[in-house]
Write a protein that binds this ligand. Structure first.
Ligand code: NAD
Length: 360
C-alpha cells in the first residue's frame, strides 16, 4: 500500500520528533511491504519566517491532497519570540486553527494510557493506578459553546455576557458514528458524557447517541453526567474505553485524563473528518526550552503515527507493532529525560527513534 503523508515538522522540538516518527514509519513500511511518500509543508513560526504567514494556501492544498497529515508541534516561547508581537491572526497558532477548519476536522481523539513501567508518574493512589487504564476521549471539535453566538451587552446599568451552546442532530450524529466505529476497534464500550439533567443540547445529544447506538449492537453504551465523569476519572479510570462528549466537556475532561497518566511526552492525539482523513500530532507543545538539544521524547509523535496507521489506513497490525515497540523499549529500561527515573538508561531523542525501529 502507498501511504501519502503530509508532514508538518513545525517549530521547537517539532522537526526532531517528526524525524523519529518518519524513521519508525519507514521501518514499518519495509517490514510490512508498504511505501511511505512524505511531503513536508511549513506551518506556524517556520512558515511566518519563510512566507510571512503561519500557513499558506499552497500548504493547505498539499495537506488536502494527502491521505493523512502528521504534525510535530508549532509555536515558540510566547514571552520572548517575535512571532507573538504579531496580531493574533498572524501568530503560529492561527495556522493550526486554519488547517483544522480547512480540513473539516470535527472529531478530536486523545488516548490516555497508563504504562506499567511509568506508573510511578501517575498522580493517583497506587490502589487505583495498579488496575491500569486505557481510554480514549473523543471530543467534538467544531460546535457547542466555543462556536455559538456570543455577546456582551449592558442591561440595567451593568454588563451582561451571553454565550450560546448549540448542537444540531447532524453534528451529534457524525461524531457519535465515529465514536462507535472506533469503539469497535477497541474494547467495544462507549461512555457518552453530557449534562442531560440540565441542558437541552445534552438531551438532544443523548437522544441521537441512543439512535446511533442501535446500529452498533456489539458496542455497549452508557450515559454519564459530566460532573460524575470528572470524579470517575480519578476514582476508577479503568472503567472507561471510549468517552464520547461535546466540545467544552471534552476540552476539560481530556486534559484531566491526560494528566492522570503523568507523562506529557507520551500523549498522542488525532483530529478526524468524516472520511478516513486525519491530522495526527502529539498532545504537547513545541517545548522551546529544550529545542535543538536532541533530548525531547519522540514517543507521543510515534504513537500519533500509530493512530494514523490504525484510523486513516486501517493498518491495525502495523499500528499494534509500533505500540508494542513502545512498550518493549520502556520494559527494556530506556528513557528520555522527561520520563527518566533512577536506575534507567537515559537516551536521546534520536536514540529512542533507533531503539523503536529495532523493536519493529
Ligand atoms: P509544551 O508542551 O511545549 O511544554 C511544557 C513542558 O513540557 C516544557 O518543560 C517542555 O520541555 C516539556 N515537554 C513537552 N513536550 C516534551 C517532549 N516531547 N519531551 C520532553 N519534554 C517535553 O507547552 P508550553 O511550553 O506551554 O508551550 C510551548 C509552545 O508550544 C507555545 O508556543 C504553545 O503555544 C505551543 N503549543 C503548541 C501546540 C500544538 O502545536 N498543537 C500545543 C500546545 C502548545
Amino acid at each position: 500500500m502507498v501511504l501519502n503523508i503530509t508532514c508538518i515538522p513545525g517549530d521547537g522540538i517539532g522537526p526532531e520528533i517528526v524525524a523519529q516518527a518518519k524513521k519508525v514509519l519507514e521501518k514499518v513500511a519495509a517490514k510490512y511491504g508498504h511505501e511511505m511518500k512524505f511531503t513536508d509543508i511549513l506551518m506556524g513560526g517556520a512558515s511566518i519566517d519563510a512566507c510571512g504567514e503561519p500557513l499558506t494556501e499552497e500548504a493547505i492544498a498539499t495537506a488536502k491532497a494527502a491521505d493523512a497529515v502528521l504534525m510535530g508541534s508549532i509555536g515558540g516561547n510566547t514571552s520572548t519570540s517575535p512571532w507573538y508581537k504579531l496580531p493574533p491572526e498572524k501568530r503560529p497558532e492561527a495556522g493550526l486553527l486554519r488547517i483544522r477548519k480547512a480540513l473539516n476536522l470535527f472529531a478530536n481523539l486523545r488516548p490516555a494510557y497508563l504504562y506499567e513501567e511509568l506508573a510511578a508518574a501517575c498522580p493517583l493512589k497506587e490502589e487505583i493506578s495498579k488496575a491500569g487504564f486505557d481510554m480514549l476521549i473523543m471530543r467534538e471539535l467544531t460546535g457547542g459553546l466555543y462556536f455559538g453566538e456570543r455577546k456582551t451587552i449592558e442591561e440595567n446599568g451593568e454588563l451582561k455576557a451571553i454565550d450560546t451552546l448549540t448542537y444540531s442532530e447532524s453534528e451529534i450524529r457524525r461524531i457519535a458514528i465515529k465514536g462507535f466505529e472506533i469503539a469497535r476497534k477497541r474494547r467495544k464500550k462507549v461512555t457518552s458524557v453530557d449534562k442531560a439533567n440540565v441542558l437541552d443540547s445534552s438531551r438532544l445529544w443523548r437522544k441521537v447517541v441512543n439512535e446511533v447506538a442501535a446500529d452498533y449492537p456489539d458496542v455497549t453504551v452508557e450515559h454519564m453526567l459530566v460532573d460524575n465523569c470528572a470524579m470517575q476519572l480519578v476514582k476508577d479510570p479503568a472503567q472507561f474505553d471510549v468517552i464520547l462528549t461535546e466540545n467544552m466537556f471534552g476540552d476539560i475532561l481530556s486534559d484531566e485524563a491526560s494528566m492522570v497518566t503523568g507523562s506529557i511526552g507520551m500523549l498522542s492525539s488525532a483530529s478526524l473528518n468524516d472520511t478516513k482523513f486525519g491530522l495526527y500530532e502529539p498532545s504537547h507543545g513545541s517545548a522551546p526550552d529544550i529545542a535543538g538539544q536532541n533530548i525531547a521524547n519522540p514517543i507521543a509523535t510515534v504513537l500519533s503515527a500509530a493512530m494514523m496507521l490504525r484510523y486513516s489506513f486501517d493498518l491495525d497490525k502495523e499500528a499494534d507493532a509500533v505500540e508494542s515497540a513502545v512498550r518493549q523499549v520502556l520494559k527494556d529500561g530506556y528513557r528520555t529525560v522527561d520520563i527518566y527515573s533512577e536506575g534507567m538508561k537515559k537516551i536521546s531523542c534520536s536514540e529512542m527513534g533507533d531503539l523503536l525501529c529495532e523493536r519493529i
